[in-house]
Write a protein that binds this ligand. Structure first.
Ligand code: HEM
Length: 557
């Protein structure tokens, strides 16, 4: 089975060259010598071009030196001007050369190593370089110099302890589609204000009231698969969307929901297409859909203001309540650092800021959760002993529910230790977000290297999750490894630090509720023999894992 096979990078791999003898560094020192020689030559040319009696050097201006002197006198002006024109560039070069950049190759001018990254499995790209250069290496992707890191300590520095030195960075085309005011693009005080509000909607104390909603979606969805071949990914996307939409919008009319579903579908298509903003392209249609989504959300906001004192719940309810609540606004930070302006900014949380954050949450919740749901079915299919162990645990829960004549509750989901470990291992093994992006806002020293201002920094979650150093036999799907907690900062399926995922509990709840119903009543057989991973954009089993769903009782009779 190839599902999550990534060549196992050793965490403390030997660097093939000591940093100052690496060919790239050597190239820099050659250029440095070249620069020094060139500037000496230029200085000499200035001396030679002076009147013969102005300096003792005139003595060497003898007949043997005459042709050389004439040459320099002719070209002095040109050389002198070019020197001053080139000076800032040479100084920049010299300055950068001074710094100890991480080892690695920057590839071809502009193209960098982009072709290499896109023509091979991204995991091999990362692990090959990690084996060659170590846990921190530089490269160049699409003209952007990047530093990739796969040491837990360095990842913690970037994401947690020195997070203020690294800002989140996304391609502008994607930012425009999601909405530039969405929480993940922000930094500092404005980010923490938004984050508090988003988090409030997804805390266990809030989502515990959604368990029956989530269960109802599963109870309606799963029986429709009986004896059919389904595309797991597509079905999981529908499930994840429904849960995310309820969490984002709260109580919403079916007609409004249908409109949002339709527009979101168009938006998603454009998001995964080439960002060419010309009439007729998927990107152009997606931008149009995004504008319509703003209008639809504005209409919902207007209705909520009139109809409901609690603004209809969900994240939308929280955002609307927050902007109309002066007492809360005072205690919450904002884009401005001055206390006097905090309230003002809170009151200015506009309709489009609300819309950006609702759409942002849909995006963050949808494909990620669908991918995790798809992987858990794949792993349980391939490990029948684990599937039976999960089923036994769920049978215990079912007996309790039958005795008490009720549906699943939040507390029941806390009584599923084995199923929870299967989910933890799924998230490690599949590493849905293989890495994330940051950008250095200033020159930063990291583990003895300099990351220049403006360079991208990518903590490689997958490489850390697949390091044999932290997770022995990392290619093996083994939930028992989570019987003891993983070493700090080595397990980050939901990120780490200020930008870590606020939806982690909701995502795990979705996995638990689905597994409860599916394992108790059904078994699934993978259709087709093709193993492997596809990326779109998150890793999923090939072709979205087509499976045939068979009622369990049929198998045992
Ligand atoms: C298995 C499913 C999920 C995975 C693997 C996942 C993973 C992540 C990761 C790794 C980050 C941090 C990104 C970074 O540091 O740049 C993140 C951020 C985020 N996630 Fe999730 N996520 C999942 C589900 C969800 C759900 C269900 C929601 C809905 C509430 C959600 C909402 C968000 C938001 C809003 C952020 C941005 C937070 C910020 O910038 O402060 N995610 N997610």
């Amino acid at each position: 089975m190839v599902v999550t096979h990534v060549p196992t990078p050793t965490c403390h791999s030997i660097k093939p060259f000591p940093p100052n003898r690496h060919p790239f560094t050597q190239l820099f020192s050659v250029s440095q010598k070249l620069y020094i020689s060139l500037s000496s030559l230029l200085h000499l040319s200035i001396y030679l071009s002076m009147p013969p009696n102005s300096f003792s050097l005139s003595k060497i201006s003898s007949s043997t030196m005459q042709p050389l002197t004439n040459f320099f006198q002719d070209y002095t002006f040109l050389l002198f001007t070019s020197f001053f024109l080139l000076l800032p560039f040479l100084q920049w070069w010299y300055h950068h050369n001074d710094k100890k950049l991480p080892p690695g190759s920057m590839g071809w001018p502009y193209l960098g190593e982009t072709l290499k990254l896109y023509t091979q499995n991204p995991n091999s790209f990362f692990s090959n370089r990690q084996n060659r250069y170590g846990d921190i290496f530089k490269t160049n992707i699409l003209g952007c110099p990047c530093v990739m890191i796969s040491s837990p300590e360095a990842a913690r520095t970037v994401l947690v302890t020195q997070a203020h030195l690294f800002k989140p960075t996304y391609p502008p085309s994607k930012e425009k589609l999601i909405g530039p005011e969405a929480v993940f693009f922000q930094q500092g005080a404005y980010h923490s204000m938004l984050k508090k509000l988003v988090q409030a909607s997804f805390l266990p104390s809030t989502i515990k009231h959604s368990v029956s909603h989530v269960e109802q979606i599963v109870i309606k969805m799963v029986p429709s698969w009986t004896n059919k071949t389904i595309n797991t990914l597509q079905e999981m996307k529908k499930y994840a969307f429904e849960v995310a939409a309820i969490s984002a919008f709260g109580e919403i009319k079916e007609l409004e929901m249908e409109e949002i579903r339709e527009l979101y579908r168009c938006l998603e298509k454009g998001y995964n297409s080439y960002p060419l903003h010309l009439p007729g392209t998927s990107y152009w249609k997606a931008m149009k859909a995004r504008k319509h989504l703003n209008e639809s959300i504005r209409r919902i906001i207007e209705r909520r203001k009139v109809e409901s004192s609690k603004y209809g719940g969900g994240l939308l309810g929280v955002l609307l309540q927050a902007r109309s609540s002066p007492s809360r606004s005072r205690s919450t930070s904002s884009r401005s650092s001055s206390c006097g302006e905090e309230k003002k900014v809170f009151m200015e949380l506009s309709d489009s800021q609300v819309a950006d954050n609702l759409i942002g949450v849909l995006f963050a919740a949808h494909d990620t959760t669908a991918s995790a749901l798809t992987w858990v079915l794949k792993y349980l299919h391939d490990n029948s002993n684990l599937l039976e162990a999960v089923t036994r645990e769920q049978e215990g829960i079912r007996s309790k529910l039958a005795m008490e004549n009720r549906g699943l509750s939040w507390d029941d989901t806390r009584q599923m230790p084995f199923t929870n470990r299967v989910i933890q291992e799924t998230l490690r093994s599949a590493s849905i977000l293989s890495f994330t992006f940051r950008e250095a806002v200033t020159d930063v020293e990291l583990e003895g290297y300099t990351i220049p201002k403006g360079w991208k920094v990518l903590p490689l979650f997958r490489s850390i999750h697949h390091s044999a150093h932290f997770f022995p036999h990392p290619e093996k799907f083994d939930p028992s490894r989570f019987e003891v907690p993983p070493r700090p900062n080595t397990y980050m399926p939901f990120g780490n630090g200020v930008h870590s995922c606020p939806g982690s509990e909701l995502a795990k709840l979705e996995l638990l509720v689905l597994l409860h119903h599916l394992t108790l009543s059904y078994r699934w057989e993978v259709v087709g023999k093709e193993d492997g991973i596809q990326y779109g954009p998150f890793p999923v089993p090939k072709h979205g894992l087509p499976v045939k769903i068979i009622p369990r009782r049929k198998i045992f009779t």
